[in-house]
Design a protein. Structure first.
Length: 341
C-alpha cells in the first residue's frame, strides 16, 4: 500500500505492488505514480509478470524519487495534462535497464548513466521494454531559468558524460551529490538539494546551447532567409516567430560571432549582388532593386555595398554585364584584305 505523504516535511512516499493481487496492480501503480509525478496512465501486458516499486521524498523545491517498473508504458496524455496540470520539469537518470522517453517529436534512448529532461506541462511517453530502475528528480520549471522556446529543444534529448562539455564534469557530480543527499540527515539535506538544482540548471543550459547551435539556429536562419525581402523584418519579429526572448535571440547570434542585424544585412547584400549580375535585372534601377531586398534607403544600400565588395552597385552590374556580353564579329585587317585580294 501507499505509505507516507509528500506534503508532510521530512516524510516520504513508499509503495510496492508486490502485496497486491495481479488484477489490482496496474490501477494501484497508476495512482501511486500520479500522486508523485502528476496525472499518468499505465499500460501493462496482462500476460507478462511485472511489479512496481516507488519511493519519493521532497527536499524543499526538489523531489527525488526512485522508480522500478517494467515491462510496460507510462503515459502522460493530453487528457491527463488538462485534468491535472503541472508545471514541473522531470529529470530521469537511468540506473538499470533501458527506457525510451518520447516528447516533442523526439525519442531519447536511456541506458544506465544517461539522463533526459521531460516537461510535465506537455504529453510524454515512457516505454519500458523490460524491468528497469531509474531515479527521477522533479523541480519547478522556474529553477531552470530557461525560456519556453529553450525548454522545447531540451526535452527528450540524451545527456551523458561522454565527450567534452559541462555534462562530462557535472553529471558525475550530480549523481554523487544526490546519493549524498539521500544519506544525509534531514537537517542538512535542503542545502545539498539546492546545489543539485543549480547543477541541473547548468546542465539544462549547456544542453540547450548544444541543441540550438544546430537545430534552432538552422530554423531561425532558414526562416529569416525566406523573409529577406520584407523590410519589416526585425530581431523582435524573428524572436516572436520562434517563441524565444529577444535577449536569447541576440545570444544565439553572438555565439556565431555576429549580430542579428549584421547577419540579415549581409544576406540581403549577397542576394542583391546576385540579382545585379543577372541580365534580366539590367533594366531595374538601383533604388528599386535595393527596396526589393529590404533596403528602404538607396544611399545606405550603395554605401554598404561598396564597403562590403569594394565597388558600387552600378560598377558591379556593369562589370558583370560586360563579362556576359557576347564577342562581336571579327573584322579583317588591311593586311588580311591585301593577302586575300
Amino acid at each position: 500500500m501507499l505509505t507516507g505523504s509528500l506534503s508532510t516535511p521530512g516524510q516520504g512516499v513508499s509503495f510496492s505492488t508486490r502485496s497486491l493481487p495481479p488484477g489490482e496492480r496496474a490501477a494501484a501503480w497508476q495512482r501511486a505514480l500520479s500522486q508523485v509525478f502528476a496525472g499518468l496512465e499505465v499500460v501493462v501486458d496482462g500476460g507478462r509478470p511485472w511489479a512496481g516499486e516507488l519511493t519519493a521524498e521532497r527536499l524543499g523545491a526538489l523531489q527525488i524519487a526512485t522508480e522500478e517498473f517494467g515491462p510496460g508504458t507510462i503515459l502522460r496524455s493530453a487528457r491527463a495534462v488538462a485534468a491535472d496540470p503541472s508545471t514541473h520539469i522531470l529529470v530521469r537518470q537511468q540506473l538499470d535497464g533501458t527506457a525510451l522517453l518520447m516528447q516533442d517529436g523526439r525519442t531519447a534512448e536511456l541506458r544506465p548513466g544517461r539522463v533526459a529532461f521531460h516537461d510535465a506541462r506537455r504529453p510524454y511517453r515512457l516505454v519500458l521494454p523490460t524491468r528497469q530502475r531509474a531515479r527521477v528528480l522533479m523541480l519547478p520549471r522556474a529553477l531552470l531559468r530557461l525560456e519556453e522556446g529553450q525548454l522545447s529543444v531540451l526535452t527528450a534529448t540524451v545527456v551523458d558524460d561522454a565527450g567534452e562539455g559541462a555534462a562530462a564534469l557535472l553529471l558525475p557530480l550530480l549523481c554523487g551529490l544526490v546519493d549524498e543527499v539521500m544519506q544525509t540527515p534531514a537537517t542538512g539535506r535542503d542545502h545539498l538539494a539546492r546545489i543539485a538544482a543549480e547543477i541541473l540548471a547548468t546542465l539544462a543550459l549547456e544542453q540547450v546551447g548544444r541543441r540550438t547551435a544546430s537545430g534552432l539556429w538552422e530554423r531561425i536562419t532558414a526562416s529569416a532567409q525566406d523573409r529577406l525581402q520584407d523590410p519589416g523584418l526585425t530581431p523582435q519579429d524573428i524572436a516572436d516567430q520562434h517563441g524565444i526572448s529577444l535577449r536569447y535571440l541576440h545570444r544565439l547570434f553572438q555565439l556565431q560571432g555576429t549580430t542579428v542585424n549584421a547577419w540579415v544585412r549581409t544576406r540581403r547584400l549577397e542576394s542583391a549582388r546576385e540579382e545585379l549580375a543577372q541580365a534580366g535585372a539590367a533594366h531595374r534601377s538601383i533604388a528599386a532593386l535595393a527596396a526589393r531586398w529590404g533596403f528602404t534607403n538607396p544611399s545606405h544600400f550603395s554605401r554598404k555595398f561598396r564597403e562590403t565588395y569594394g565597388v558600387s552597385p552600378v560598377q558591379w552590374r556593369a562589370a558583370q554585364l560586360e563579362t556576359r556580353r557576347p564577342a562581336g564579329p571579327v573584322h579583317a585587317t588591311a593586311g588580311a584584305r591585301a593577302l586575300s585580294a
